[in-house]
Design a protein around this ligand. Structure first.
Ligand SMILES: Nc1nc2c(c(=O)[nH]1)N[C@H]1C(S)=C(S)[C@@H](COP(=O)(O)O)O[C@H]1N2
Ligand SMILES: [Mo]
Length: 312
């Protein structure tokens, strides 16, 4: 069913596609139409599914995308090692297909979703977001995903659901560094319910128009762009609704350095360095860090009346 003029996805360089937006849109449309299979006909497979078609994203004015090569060779995924190049070098042992996500806790309709279902739970959209790591580097990423609110609405949280926990996979067979106690595995993060329901918060299933590379959190990961990157857990296997603010892996590791909220805030220094500036991957000069990573207009109201120095 794949049009003959298209190379297999593994041979498409995402940046080449993006260089010619029109060709890219044609390609995305063609891939989408090859997916006109009856609903429910999918079978769990160990091969990456084709990414369903998606609505193209809106570029951020005056920002260029971080290259696909940079995004896949520099980052943090401590389950695969301690260095910035560890995820790119080691994450090939992750097996993202088949995959299921358990959604449970304070919900009326707990449910286990397989990844094929999640890929079609809601219309996919491209979201071009800034990503700011607490370490002082940043990127501009063309994610493909859907608002977490679409998943939350399906499971119907109870009135006791005040927070959402996101658990990453922790399998020493696939993730060599889970054998070391560098963090309290599984990697756990969380959002307050209203943060998770915010339209900017997405579950990403793709990057640069293709399924997520392993090192970026295949097959599904959180993206909350107004928070430091560590809030956005990769390779999510469990989403749990709870009443009390959950402990996170980073709060356990260093409570004075990493708080629950972790909103990007240039005015609050990390205990060991300033957060006033950041360096975009691939650039030389540092630029000022923006409050809420530049998304203040959309999200600041979530924190009205809160002391964001205390709630870091
Ligand atoms: N499971 C898991 N998720 C994780 C991490 C991790 O080590 N393990 N690192 C976080 C950090 S510190 C950052 S900055 C982002 C990086 O995402 P990227 O590599 O896709 O840019 O992933 C976050 N999600
Ligand atoms: Mo980070």
């Amino acid at each position: 069913m794949k049009p003959a003029h298209l190379p297999p996805p593994s041979e498409i360089t995402p940046e080449a596609l993006y260089k010619d937006r029109r060709q890219f849109l044609k390609t995305a449309g063609a891939l989408g139409s090859s997916l006109l299979i009856p609903a429910g006909a999918h079978a769990a497979s160990n091969k990456p599914p084709a990414l369903p078609s998606f609505k193209p994203g809106t570029p951020i004015p005056d920002e260029s995308l971080t290259s696909f090569d940079t995004l896949t060779t520099y980052g943090n995924y401590y389950e695969f090692g301690p260095n910035k190049d560890s995820p790119g070098l080691n994450a090939h042992t992750l097996k993202p297909y088949p995959w299921t996500v358990e959604v449970e806790g304070e919900v009326l309709k707990p449910r286990r979703f397989d990844i094929e279902t999640l890929l079609r739970l809601a219309p996919l959209e491209e979201r071009i977001y800034r990503l700011r790591c607490v370490e002082g580097w940043s990127a501009v990423v063309p994610w493909v995903g859907f608002p977490i609110s679409a998943l939350i609405n399906q499971v119907q949280p109870t009135g006791n659901a005040k927070y959402v926990e996101f658990w990453s996979l922790a399998d020493p067979e696939q993730m060599p560094y889970v054998r070391y106690p560098t963090l309290d595995w599984p990697y756990r993060e969380g959002l307050r319910m209203d943060e998770a329901m915010h339209p900017l918060a997405i579950l990403a299933v793709g990057l640069y128009g293709r399924v997520l590379p392993n090192q970026n959190g295949a097959p599904i990961r959180l993206v909350a762009p107004w928070k430091y990157g560590f809030k956005s857990g990769k390779s999510i296997v469990r989403i749990r609704f709870v009443e009390k603010q959950p402990q996170t892996s980073w709060m356990r590791a260093a409570p004075n350095e990493y708080g629950f909220y972790a909103n990007v805030n240039p005015a609050v220094s990390h205990p060991r360095w300033s957060q006033a500036k950041e360096r975009r991957l691939g650039e030389f000069f540092r630029r000022p860090t923006l409050p809420f990573n530049g998304y203040g207009e959309q999200v600041a109201s979530l924190y009205a009346g809160m002391d964001l120095r205390r709630n870091y």
